[in-house]
Design a protein around this ligand. Sequence first.
Ligand code: C2E
Ligand code: CA
Ligand code: CA
Length: 637
Amino acid sequence: MLLQAVPNVLEGYMPIGDITVIGLCLLMAALLSQMHIFKDKSFRLLLMMLVSCAAASVSNVMLFGVRTQESCPVMLIYGLRLVHYTMLTLSMVLYIRYLLKAMWVRTYVRKRYDLAVLLLLAAGVAVDIAGTVFRFGFYIAPDGHIEDRPSLFLIPNLLFMTLMLWLLVRYRKRLIRQIFWSLIGTDVICVMIVAIQEYFGQTSYTGVAHFLPFLSILFLFHSNPYDINTGAISESFFYDELDEDRSDKHTLILMSCIMMNFSKALQQSKDLSDVFRDFFRVHMRQATLYRFTNDRFILCFPRSYDVRQDREIEDMLEEFKEHYKRFALDYKIVIMETNPEVVSGADYLRLIEFAEQTMPFNVIYRVGETDIRRFYSNSYILSQLEDIVQNHDLDDERVLVYCQPVFNISTNKYDTAEALMRLRLEKTGMVYPDQFIPLAEQHGLIHMMSLIILNKTCGAIRTMMEDGYDISRISVNFSTLDIRYEGFCQEVQQIIDRNQIPYSKIAIEITESRSEYDFNIMKGKVMELQQLGIKFYLDDFGTGYSNFERIMEIPFDIIKFDRSLLIESGRSDSSRYMVSTFASMFNQLKYSILFEGVENENDEESCVSMSAKYLQGYKYSKPIPIEELHKFLEVKV
Ligand code: C2E
Ligand code: CA
Ligand code: CA
């Protein structure tokens, strides 16, 4: 049967527009598969839009091809035409769904809209089919004549168009102005394309009009984060790629490099940017370079288990060091492989930062399994510390007080001790101060911990006093961060009060403050608490830079000589002379001297000869639970 084309369906049509759309769709698909763009959940909708545009155009071109073929089955024509219109309409449905998501319309409202547009789409298809069957829409008459009164699909299309504009206007406040106007602009251009076509009796560019919203969305919501200055991609894609990679199960090598003042240097030196680009042009084959905010770059590439790869990495590092000689930007390089134990993409960055905390500049460090374990145990400890602070329980059972008895040379007995903090956590068991004190200080969590130790120490003192033991006092460590806290003095006073022990039973150990600001605060607070009878110890004397003038300004009761001074004094006669001079000078100024880290007879002898009044160290006892301290104490008669 030979079909006679009817003008408003097929005659004003040339496949040029649809072929363009097919070409663009193929190009987009190829680019999207290669490009690093923002691929979140809504990205799927975008891909579906692309597929429906392509399917609409392919079916239309096929329809154009088969319609004049004499042997063409009628059903094929019906089918292709239906697919064409359904796909065009579907692309609008997807566009509307995308907008609903982009405008943060609440899920239950969005679901209603989703249902409505899908029903409308189904109704459109049903009515069109009915139009063919009952001959009020598109049909081919027995004489081969094609009848298509104004296409029935125009109705749902117009409805969708109206809905889209209405949604944009209704939720305009949820979009930033530029995006709102860009979307409105896109819609206006699409309507104009269709209207102008209509004017010229054309239908070739309908596919183009449906393709434009896809381009707009891609441009507005899924930006390509490529930085043309460095060839790097922005950081959010790093997390995406590594999260994706967890499911892929192949190993990636991550090389992180942080360089001091890199951004500034890059702007100032064209040489540097040339070297940087050349460096990565050579080394970046198969690799992706990510750029992070704080001048960090991470190069990411698959592990090949080929010795050549190891050699390449070594060469690359050597070349880097050569460039370092020239540009002198201090760096830290951390290298690691992806590992199933690392839970998320974001954790890789945290792990790298964790490794960097303890490494010096201009060093290359390889992160291994132990670092990963340490990192996760740290994260766990941190979460527990946060929980302890949040619970605000002065008797929290996870915080333990250990203590080390201190030998008093003048009374020849143990009558004081130092309280030392430990944690006992469910997953890790006992945790020692070097593992959690720095962490607690960095994250501002130390204060609650100190108060718990003070409270528990007071409680233990009270018990020992009630049991008749002779305990002069126990010293508790406080950090500079505690002292800075405004209500520090009141808190200490309240905690001692609530345990009903004399203030003189508590001493506070603090280390020298580094800043003038802290020094002044410390001075004020020491004076205030000393009024109550609380004694103050200067901890760790001999580590860091001691400023005698400042030390003298604060009326400390006891100066604790760090173990390093004791070791130093054993090195040479002059060292010995220096340490004993410090000690006798303090002594003459009426400070008492406590030597820490007395491990054996030898240490003890030196300390005694160097004006010590108190001795503390493994020679007498390791730190023990405070409940056992009474074993060292005498019972008062
Ligand atoms: P520190 O205040 O200098 O405490 C003395 C440390 O030396 C203790 O380590 C103790 O176990 C250790 N030690 C004792 N005798 C000897 C010895 O003969 N030889 C050697 N080599 N070491 C000895 P610990 O308990 O691991 O505490 C380490 C640090 O953690 C403490 O140093 C202190 O700075 C901090 N710390 C402990 N408890 C607390 C606390 O409750 N609050 C605060 N802010 N810091 C605490
Ligand atoms: Ca101490
Ligand atoms: Ca100390």
